[in-house]
Ligand binder design. Structure first.
Ligand SMILES: Cc1cc2nc3c(=O)[nH]c(=O)nc-3n(C[C@H](O)[C@H](O)[C@H](O)COP(=O)(O)OP(=O)(O)OC[C@H]3O[C@@H](n4cnc5c(N)ncnc54)[C@H](O)[C@@H]3O)c2cc1C
Length: 402
């Protein structure tokens, strides 16, 4: 560990030690760029992340996946069940990775194991770390000054990976658009008596998705989206009561369940920064975009930010350019905009279509899922786009080092 007094300068500082920040720092350091992390130790996160294949490839390329593998379960299939009690209901849709020639769409892993593996990889790359929050961030013409409690660091480029209440986003002068949903996600992990067959099951209900995603053995992670008042009541149940409630909501598909310690509550919102970069500051992960947990998109987008930014910065440095210059940041903005915007619109529409009472919207959603179920080429195109988006194919996600 270093204090800010020891480290006066670096080429890049990454603010935030969540997964998007750690992956950014690892990718840059692996490309030989002098990188510093400014991050206090995060609290233990019992949530899980369903990574799509490109993210798993990027983590493998960066040497971080070996430590994750024993804790990860493959996602060989995804099942969507319309569990609303509405007039227009969609048919059940089953996506299998084999249909597009893959063993799995990706893997699901508990965040605590992911973060531990990323910390370990960052330590093996000798990335210096200031284990304190950034108190202030001041960009100027030539660089950015980061102030922590006991000193300062000076860099050419700052990466804001500091989550939803981003200090870096504010320091860059970038506004954001936020909409809060009347929904809270209750998260927990559980053991169950029936096998999950490496299949993620998403029940669509009137309050949002109720999703079980495989973990190794007969275990799964649960994201149960409810209105906030109901979420508080369910979260306050004893383990025994909650196990019965989950079995009821899952229509006993997983048999008897046993709830593990570590419940989480997350109010849901959609938020997009008006730009992903400016004033020598580039945003990655939830500092740039927040989406509700439908279709496992949030951190997959965050890793595409990290991989794209590292690639652009490494290229700029090889060409002798100023890595924090407006031209470099404009390239990042251009390469991320379509991917972020298209995912945000699709997830927001799907979530709102569950919440609304407007009958024609239920009909449109049911018809869309009916078409996806019946038309093979459409379903396969959708699956391919989900696993490797046409708008964003950074090198790390193709298994190439920077
Ligand atoms: C219920 C739920 C389920 C989800 N499931 C999935 C999924 O299956 N797949 C998927 O792809 N995505 C999923 N997501 C989204 C995913 O969890 C987020 O995209 C991801 O956690 C964001 O990572 P991040 O590193 O950007 O931000 P964070 O994890 O929020 O990390 C930000 C870090 O910055 C630090 N920080 C803040 N301010 C400062 C400061 N001033 N100085 C230094 N450090 C600072 C914080 O302490 C924190 O550690 C889910 C989200 C929810 C709510």
């Amino acid at each position: 560990m270093s204090s800010a007094r020891d480290i006066k300068t670096a080429e890049v500082a990454v603010i935030g030690g969540g997964p998007a920040g750690l992956v950014s720092a690892i990718a840059l350091a692996a490309a030989g760029i002098d990188t510093l992390i400014v991050a206090p130790s995060p609290p233990e996160d019992f949530r899980t992340t369903a990574f799509l294949a490109g993210s798993v490839t990027a983590l493998t390329t960066l040497g971080a996946w070996d430590a994750c593998r024993p804790h990860a379960a493959p996602l060989a299939a995804i099942r969507i069940i319309d569990d609303t009690r509405r007039l227009w209901r969609a048919p059940e849709v089953h996506f299998t990775a084999a249909e597009i020639g893959l063993d799995a769409f990706g893997c699901n892993i508990e965040n605590r194991y992911l973060i531990a593996a990323l910390h370990d990889r960052a330590a093996r790359l000798n990335i210096p770390r200031i284990s304190a929050p950034a108190a202030a961030v001041m960009p100027d013409h030539d660089g950015v000054t980061v102030t922590v409690a006991d000193g300062e660091a000076r860099v050419r480029l700052l990466i804001g990976a500091d989550g939803q209440q981003s200090l870096c986003r504010a320091a860059a002068g970038i506004g954001s658009r936020r909409h809060t949903y009347p929904q809270t996600a209750l998260t927990l992990n559980l053991a169950h008596t029936r096998p999950h067959h490496d299949t993620a099951t998403e029940f669509h209900t009137e309050t949002g998705p109720f999703t079980l995603v495989p973990l190794p053995d007969r275990r799964s992670s649960l994201v149960c989206v409810l209105d906030p008042e109901r979420a508080s009541r369910v979260a306050a149940m004893t383990d025994g009561e909650l196990a019965i409630e989950i079995e009821r909501r899952a229509h006993s598909l997983f048999g008897k369940t046993n709830v593990e310690p570590g419940r989480g509550m997350f109010p849901l919102a959609v938020e997009t920064a008006r730009s992903v970069a400016g004033n020598r500051i580039a945003l990655v992960g939830e500092a740039a975009h927040v989406v509700p947990p439908i279709g496992a998109q949030g951190l997959n987008l965050g890793l595409r930010d990290a991989a794209t930014l590292a690639e652009i910065v490494a290229d700029a440095r090889r060409r002798g350019l100023d890595i924090g210059s407006p031209a470099v940041l404009a390239r990042y903005e251009m390469q991320r905009r379509a991917d972020v915007t298209s995912r945000r619109i699709a997830i927001d529409l799907l979530n709102r279509s569950l919440l609304t009472d407007f009958l024609p919207v239920h009909g449109a959603r049911a018809l869309s899922l009916f078409l996806v179920d019946r038309i093979g080429p459409l379903r396969r195109a959708l699956m391919r786009e989900g696993v490797s988006p046409a708008a964003s194919q950074p090198r790390l996600m193709r298994g190439e080092m920077l």
